[in-house]
Design a binder for this molecule. Structure first.
Ligand SMILES: C[C@](O)(CO)[C@H](O)COP(=O)(O)OP(=O)(O)OC[C@H]1O[C@@H](n2ccc(N)nc2=O)[C@H](O)[C@@H]1O
Ligand SMILES: Nc1ncnc2c1ncn2[C@@H]1O[C@H](COP(=O)(O)OP(=O)(O)OP(=O)(O)O)[C@@H](O)[C@H]1O
Length: 279
């Protein structure tokens, strides 16, 4: 079975407080976007082996891969095992704040459930997904957008009809999500950088993790300032825990022109893509 595994951006990510369990209470809107991996899952028959292949190096092929975690979690819930083969065709960069691994995990849960006769309802798949990671549940919903609460795993589908033209820019370095959250509480804002919510027709765009991430990665703060000065840009924000910065533009033509300019401004090692939110 083959599934498209879309990336996400966070149109807003408000960090409310640190919880006693070490996670942070958040309010977020996650929007699927037009950049996706392809996930293939094949049921090989009786057994308990999971073989994982991937089109690019640098992705873990052991049990730490979220796709393997997902099929193992699915089988634990069912109380039975099979042998599987997973293939990942990766296009979403890792450590990017784009939910690539989480999206892959959700696709595996969906495909495994389909291939075994749909034994689990969506509510149970959402529970399993939330245990794998906060970003996983939103990808199980049919809607293009979802609001997350709690750790971010308590998701509510959102009818979001804005097809927003986007430019995504990921510098060559990844940012580990745990690191960003760990440094949130004691971080300080940099002078002259916009952290305040940007009031747009589709919502107030803000990301509380910009404060710790920009303190260490000044390039991202500078990139946000540059984006906000460019023609046709309506808003600019970091996605999730970074390192991807994204701009919302007025038109797709503005997005295409901005992507070209951004590739020149950031240099050839940056990953730059023009796309849009999925409705
Ligand atoms: C930053 C976002 O990607 C925005 O959508 C999410 O909040 C994080 O989602 P995720 O990458 O799936 O994160 P998880 O794999 O659940 O958690 C990774 C680590 O990030 C930290 N973490 C994550 C979510 C949260 N609400 N508070 C946290 O402090 C914890 O140290 C956790 O161990
Ligand atoms: N299926 C996967 N695809 C990519 N990376 C994966 C996968 N499974 C585990 N990883 C590991 O997890 C790390 C985070 O991966 P990725 O950034 O794609 O996931 P995510 O946490 O869902 O996204 P985000 O960057 O929004 O936090 C990667 O650096 C990689 O080492």
């Amino acid at each position: 079975m083959e599934l498209s595994s879309p990336a996400k951006i966070n149109l807003w990510l408000r960090i409310l407080d640190r919880r006693s369990d070490g996670f942070h209470e958040v309010e977020t809107r996650l929007c699927k976007i037009g950049i996706s991996d392809t996930v293939k899952l094949e049921l090989m028959g009786p057994g308990k082996s999971v073989e994982l292949t991937c089109n690019i190096p640098g992705i873990p092929l052991d049990d730490s891969n979220l796709a393997i975690k997902a099929v193992r979690a699915f089988e634990r819930r069912l109380g039975r095992t099979n042998s599987w083969h997973i293939h990942l065709e990766k296009r979403i960069p890792s450590g990017a704040g784009l939910g690539g691994g989480s999206s892959n995990a959700a696709s595996i849960l969906k495909a495994a459930n389909e291939l075994t006769g749909k034994p689990l309802p969506l509510s149970e798949l959402l529970e399993i997904a939330g245990d794998i990671g906060a970003d996983v549940p939103c990808f199980l919903l049919e809607t293009g957008a979802a609001d997350g609460a709690g750790r971010g795993e308590r998701v509510t589908p959102v009818e979001f009809s804005w097809k927003l033209p986007l430019v995504l820019i990921k510098p060559a370095f990844p940012i580990p999500t745990p690191w960003a959250y760990k440094h949130w509480k004691d971080s300080q804002e940099l002078r002259g950088v916009l952290y305040a919510p940007q009031h747009c027709p589709w919502g107030h765009m803000v990301n509380g993790l910009e404060r710790p991430v920009f303190e260490k990665y000044r390039l991202l703060a500078a990139l946000k300032g540059w984006l906000l000065e460019q023609k046709g840009v309506q808003a600019a924000l970091m996605s999730g825990s970074g390192s991807t910065m994204f701009a919302v533009t007025k038109t797709h033509a503005d997005a295409a022109a901005l992507a070209e300019a951004a590739q020149l401004w950031c240099g050839p090692t940056a990953w730059v893509k023009a796309t849009e939110t999925l409705v």
